[in-house]
Design a protein around this ligand. Structure first.
Ligand code: NAD
Ligand code: 89V
Length: 344
């Protein structure tokens, strides 16, 4: 019997991973579903044997007794749904991108704070076990204080079949995928003060940019490069692996293709296989993203029970969203953009 009973709003492409994930989180479970698309609601409700089904979120909140709500809809509905949850005093997890604008994000954070309701953004890439392994090397001090980093995601994988909306927006890779890489850069190297970026659309069949390169100034001479592309046909298709390079004052680390982590210090180089587990319900190549879903959900449940702020709380995510905005602003202006200015 779950002590934390949740509802899932949005039964689309990625929600299936949420539902499998929640089954792996001890003491938490999804007891009700909501989707405005009746066919999806029925298909997902039947697949996961969840009978409480709603086509409208107002009815869901009025009728169900919930400990949390998991919002897995796309960004246009986030503000309305988060504010509705806050009015009902229900703790919220909301998928990324949290908001289309900093103003919307701040309004959601303020609504949850005023209601005394915990709010976490489902920013799951930093919960991938290979990325946690990189963080552990840094935390152990094995390579000393980092002074340079690179977070890279380059692919030609067809994401548009599973997520057709990605081809239709004015913004694409930075808002959808770069947001994860920017969050990982923050996670590993700390917040950035300024950003200088170049973006480009290569694929003529989509509306937004599919290539982006950003230089982040983390302060104190520490810099990182965050680069992402869905226009890079490579010898080995690595989707959806994030590659990481970090140089520190006492050594370096490289998270390379195939989840190979190399750590070099004065004592030499050690190699580690940090491949993510293939969970029973997961499938390659998505398994590294899939395993990060129960990991972040478990973190949310733990934080809820301990009344602790989650790592990627709404407040924290403002910094990641500001980096996204800074990339677009810098690319448009052709100049370096201050991150703080965007949050003011
Ligand atoms: P999708 O379009 O397949 O599914 C969204 C569902 O939400 C649809 O079924 C739609 O009918 C429903 N919906 C929309 N507004 C609603 C509302 N107001 N009330 C009830 N139902 C509503 O989208 P998706 O690909 O599953 O993506 C959902 C979110 O997850 C997006 O924000 C996307 O960026 C994110 N996502 C995250 C990851 C990750 O690794 N974190 C991966 C893929 C997608
Ligand atoms: O994270 C996302 O929303 C997905 C994917 C991992 C494919 O980029 O679009």
């Amino acid at each position: 019997m779950a002590d934390l009973k949740g509802a899932l709003i949005g039964c689309g492409f990625f929600a299936i991973n949420h539902l499998h994930g929640w089954r792996d989180v001890a003491g938490a479970g999804i007891v009700a579903l909501c989707d405005s698309n009746g066919e999806r609601l029925k298909a997902v409700g039947d697949q996961f044997a969840i009978d409480a089904r709603y086509g409208d979120a107002h009815a869901l909140f009025e009728r169900e007794k919930l400990d949390f709500v998991d919002i897995a809809t796309t960004v246009p509905s986030h503000r309305k749904l988060v504010e509705l949850a806050a009015r009902h005093k229900i703790p919220v997890i909301c998928q990324k991108p949290f908001a289309r604008s900093i103003a919307d994000a701040k309004a959601m954070v303020a609504a949850c704070q005023a209601a005394g309701v915990p709010l976490m953004v489902h920013e799951n890439f930093r919960w991938q076990s290979p990325i946690r392994a990189v963080k552990a090397v840094l935390a152990e001090g094995r390579i000393g204080k980092p002074f340079w980093g690179r977070v890279s995601f380059r692919s030609a994988y067809d994401v548009f079949t599973g997520q057709p909306y990605l081809a239709q927006g004015e913004r694409f890779i930075v808002e959808d995928l770069g947001i994860h890489a920017l969050d990982v850069a923050r996670f590993l190297l700390g917040d950035a003060h300024s950003v200088s970026a170049v973006i480009k659309r290569v694929n003529p069949r989509i509306k937004g940019e599919d290539v982006a390169t950003a230089l982040l100034d983390h302060g104190g001479g520490v810099a990182s490069v965050v680069d992402c592309s869905y226009a890079s046909r490579l010898e080995e298709e690595l989707f959806p692996q994030t590659l990481i390079e970090i140089d520190g004052e006492a050594g370096s680390l490289r998270l390379g293709a195939g989840y190979r982590l190399s750590v070099t210090t004065a004592a030499g180089t050690s190699h580690h296989n940090v491949s993510p587990p293939l969970l029973p319900w997961a499938s390659r190549p998505w398994h590294n993203i899939q395993e990060s879903v129960p990991a972040i959900q478990r973190h949310f449940a733990d934080c809820l029970r301990a009344a602790r702020e989650p790592e990627t709380s709404g407040t924290d995510n403002l910094q990641t969203l500001a980096l996204v905005e800074a990339v677009y602003a810098s690319a448009a202006a052709g100049s370096t953009v201050s991150v703080g200015g965007l949050l003011a």
